[in-house]
Design a protein around this ligand. Structure first.
Ligand code: AMP
Ligand code: MG
Length: 478
């Protein structure tokens, strides 16, 4: 089906471990992303039984050479020198006709040398959540890893209770994390560190190789990619939930959908993850946390930047601090698009903040309020609760040359109507897990693929929960 390549496996052996997946009892295909497979140049896609065999790990496809990747990471601020793929295996890389290289990884495929206490498995609920949310992010235009397949294993996994097991197949620009750099830096393995940095430059940021100081240029490129990414998260009300350094990909894609969730009513302090007791990864904390993580990347890169530590620190510090201004610039661009502003004025940030403050005070739904503004720009009634702010906004629109028709079209394209609402996601997961009914999952998947379009079918999916659950919590996919 795929022609596999293995550039990551060329890195020093201590970066990974070679092993095959642990077979499962009775694999059954529950989802396969044919569009993505076609985009990747898949040929001769086999029948469902064979797809289930391949994407459960029971059959290692020709040309694949599965490896578990080593990495470290700061989890909730505490450094763990050895994490790694405890339940995932990279089958290899697929290069499409345009030269785009993507990792294909099985998640839930059994124990590895990095499993520590874990069983190496994944439960069906979190697998379906990652499938839905990562594909929703893609449809929203946000850089993300993709979902290629989901397979049930016919075996239980034991968490608080016995749950149906599943294997998820993830496609990513790469699986190199901030924590991968930390792994080598913590071991003072500078040869490994340099090999990794050169790999990432060649793969993701080839222009950095041309720079006078390639490793600083690498850092700067990652800072820029993360600033752009997190600004887009905020634009759609996305909360990652567990922004540990091992869950931040240096490619700039959103990765590791565990306790992630979308906000309903706007509140910058929103936290859903059951393990995030102090709100470290709350909605509005995501930009400073991204910068904190990038400071850890900068620390890991120090030995490559300058032989003298103090000199190296002096050189990377402004790059890390540059995150804030880059983020502001991206956030403002996101907000201008959401507000239908075609030009830039000094006071636009204030206008955007004014809206958010009123949304928070009135407990307005983040997604629906922006979507209603898109319609209001075309003459529909404006959402209630925005009082004086609407006058300011309309006055500001009056200073743009855009026609109302152009503005409505642009705003509809910048303000999704359909997001993976928590109650809808939970509904779909419960039906699959409790009743083996994949209908709701499939329907939600289809809706989320067209987030900017509203029709009779989607209308029912737009609304926030009738009775929002203030105690709604998401759990890590472990
Ligand atoms: P996560 O919270 O999914 O980002 O995972 C954090 C670390 O725990 C990673 O090193 C994972 O590979 C590992 N891990 C999570 N769940 C399991 C599991 N069921 N078995 C083995 N390792 C796991
Ligand atoms: Mg992780």
């Amino acid at each position: 089906m795929f022609d596999f390549h293995h550039s990551y496996a060329q890195l020093p052996e201590r970066a990974h471990a070679r092993l095959d997946p642990v077979p499962v009892a009775a694999p059954r295909l529950v989802a396969f992303n044919r569009e993505l497979a076609a985009e990747m140049g898949a040929e001769g896609i086999p029948d469902d039984a064979m797809l289930a065999a391949v994407f459960s790990g029971n059959t290692v496809p020709a040309g694949a050479r599965p490896i578990a990747l080593a990495y470290a990471g700061h989890q909730f601020g505490h450094f763990v020198p050895q994490l790694g793929d405890g339940r995932a295996l990279l089958l290899g890389e697929v290069v499409d006709a345009s030269g785009r290289r993507r990792d294909v990884q099985l998640k839930g495929s059994g124990r590895t040398p990095f499993s520590r206490g874990g069983d190496g498995r994944a439960a069906l609920g979190p697998v379906l959540r990652e499938y839905l949310v990562s594909e929703a992010m893609q449809a929203l235009g946000i850089p993300t890893t993709r979902a290629l397949a989901a397979v049930t294993t016919g075996e239980p996994v034991f968490r608080d209770t016995a749950l149906p097991g599943a294997v998820f197949t993830r496609v990513a620009a790469s699986h190199v994390r901030v924590g991968t750099f930390q792994y080598f830096a913590a071991r003072e393995d500078f040869a490994g560190l340099r090999a990794l940095a050169d790999h990432v430059i060649a793969r993701h940021y080839p222009q950095a190789a041309q720079a006078q100081a390639p490793y600083e240029a690498l850092l700067e490129a990652v800072v820029e990619a993360q600033a752009a990414l997190v600004a887009r998260w905020l634009g759609v009300g996305f909360i990652h939930g567990v922004m540990n350094t091992d869950n931040m990909a240096v490619s700039g894609e959103t990765i590791d959908y565990g306790p992630c969730a979308f906000m309903d009513a706007y509140d910058p302090g929103t936290v859903f993850s059951s393990i995030d007791r102090n709100g470290r990864y709350a909605y509005a904390n995501q930009p400073p946390i991204a910068q904190w993580n990038l400071a850890r990347l900068a620390e890991a890169l120090l030995p490559l930047v300058d032989e003298t530590p103090a000199a190296a620190v002096e050189r990377v510090t402004p790059v890390v601090h540059g995150f804030a201004a880059r983020f502001e610039r991206h956030w403002l661009a996101v907000m201008r698009a959401k507000l239908g502003l075609a030009s830039a004025e000094e006071s636009d940030a204030e206008l955007a903040q004014g809206l958010l403050d009123r949304m928070q005070a009135a407990g307005l739904d983040y997604t629906l309020t922006f979507r209603a503004l898109a319609e209001a720009a075309g003459g529909a009634p404006a959402p209630a609760g925005l009082d004086g702010w609407l006058h300011e906004w309309r006055a500001r629109l009056g200073r743009d040359a855009q026609s109302p028709e152009e503005r409505v079209a642009a705003m509809r394209g910048a303000n999704p109507a359909v997001i993976p609402r928590n109650h809808r996601v939970e509904e779909a997961l419960a039906a699959a897990v409790e009743r083996e009914d994949f209908g709701p999952f499939e329907r939600l998947r289809v809706m989320l693929a067209q987030p900017f379009d509203v029709d009779a079918d989607t209308a029912a999916f737009l609304a926030p929960p009738v009775q929002p659950d203030p105690r709604y919590r998401t759990f890590c996919g472990t």
